[in-house]
Design a binder for this molecule. Sequence first.
Ligand SMILES: Cc1cc2nc3c(=O)[nH]c(=O)nc-3n(C[C@H](O)[C@H](O)[C@H](O)COP(=O)(O)OP(=O)(O)OC[C@H]3O[C@@H](n4cnc5c(N)ncnc54)[C@H](O)[C@@H]3O)c2cc1C
Length: 275
Amino acid sequence: MTECNRATTELQEEMQNRLSVNPDACLCIGNFGFIELEDTWGDEATIINTARISTTNQRLGSAADFTDRDRRLLYQLLRDQHGTPFETIYFRYRFIAPIFVLRQWVKHRISSWNEFSMRYRKPISAAYIPDLEARTVDGFAVLDEEAMAEYSRLMGNLFFWYEEQYTKACHRIEDARSHGVLPPKEGGRDPYRGRARELLRNALPVAAYSDVYWTVNFRSLMNFFNLRRKKDAQYEIRQYADAAYLLFSRRLPLLASVMEEVLAEKRNSENLPHP
Ligand SMILES: Cc1cc2nc3c(=O)[nH]c(=O)nc-3n(C[C@H](O)[C@H](O)[C@H](O)COP(=O)(O)OP(=O)(O)OC[C@H]3O[C@@H](n4cnc5c(N)ncnc54)[C@H](O)[C@@H]3O)c2cc1C
């Protein structure tokens, strides 16, 4: 793998920092992946209070006030797919994942995205390297060590090529400036370097890592969990979905346990296998 550039080193430092200040809300995934549940808005009480608007003026302060009756209502709402109360609580995750995982994730349209820009910065010079488990199907490694050595070399070469070409482009731009061919750089973004970054990123693989803030309501998050934690979802996005689920269940254990109960009943009634 090529030497890390500044964006990558800063990201590594940031992940270490987040792991030390917020250890229960962060997980590392694969060779460079990371996820953190940074913030949540609302809890189980928000869902119950919202649902009760049509029946009573009684409101709960927090999940700590829950009685068995409140839990039963939460269960019924989930079981009977009363959707909108579950849209009133929100989660913001930050994750660092390969671009091919992001392409699957972004299909979950009922959510909001902010992603690292390779127009304004050089790319994160780290690519996803599948470990033995990721490469193995029914005990058979579909890519062997030799293939993996070649894969890693190829990724390293691509990042190296980017750095080399970008450095050359910057020299060409500065040279043209010093000869008065191009105007001097003014404050803000350099349009010439910017255009070089816009074009050079096209040569990078979908295994390259990117960095995303993902804000999502609980109804949509449940849909994400249901679709991306299933066995037929691709291994890599499943790892992220499982990690996102674990962090969610640490933050809102009551909601997670009710959700598990509803899912287990659904599986039993439909005779589906347990995960
Ligand atoms: C195993 C697997 C394989 C997949 N393979 C492919 C693939 O080959 N190619 C591909 O492109 N995608 C593929 N997908 C993505 C899939 O088609 C969905 O886009 C993705 O799972 C997001 O689900 P969603 O639409 O329910 O989520 P969201 O986009 O978050 O939508 C949530 C819900 O809102 C409603 N909704 C959203 N948008 C609309 C709309 N325009 N019209 C009506 N209702 C809407 C629907 O009820 C939807 O369930 C795959 C997904 C899985 C899990």
